[in-house]
Design a protein. Structure first.
Length: 127
């Protein structure tokens, strides 16, 4: 067996072992905390999302409804809002879409959606 082949087999075995260990690890199976007190600042931190892959908009894109009560986020299933008082999550748009921003005055959420080779821009009213 060549040294290169032996190295590849060792790397493959190491990778497979690490994947198997991660699945059995109590850390991998643990659900992230919903809130905690930051040890350095003493501030309370609250996790708003429940679904892995949820993302907020970049700081220069408006991500709030005009009344400031809801945060607009992207999820693996589309676009949702998070009520900042109750932490309730409501899906607004389903599907593979890309959010642009929320209107400052209208509260509409603007996003793009592909249809075949074409991309279209849509606006949906947030209730």
């Amino acid at each position: 067996m060549t040294p290169r082949r032996r190295s590849l087999l060792c790397l493959s075995a190491l990778f497979a072992t690490s994947l198997a260990g991660a699945a059995d690890s109590p850390v991998a199976a643990r659900e992230p905390a919903t809130d905690w007190i930051d040890a350095d600042t003493g501030h309370r931190v609250v996790r708003l999302s429940r679904e892995a892959g949820t993302a907020s908009l970049y700081f220069n894109q408006n991500a709030y409804t005009p009344d400031g009560k809801k945060l607009i986020v992207t999820t693996p299933g589309g676009i949702s809002t998070i009520d900042l008082a109750t932490h309730a999550i409501e899906q607004v748009v389903a599907g593979d879409v890309r959010i642009i921003m929320a209107g400052h005055k209208t509260g509409d959420v603007y996003y793009t959606k592909r249809d075949g080779a074409e991309t279209f821009v849509y606006a949906t009213k947030i209730a």
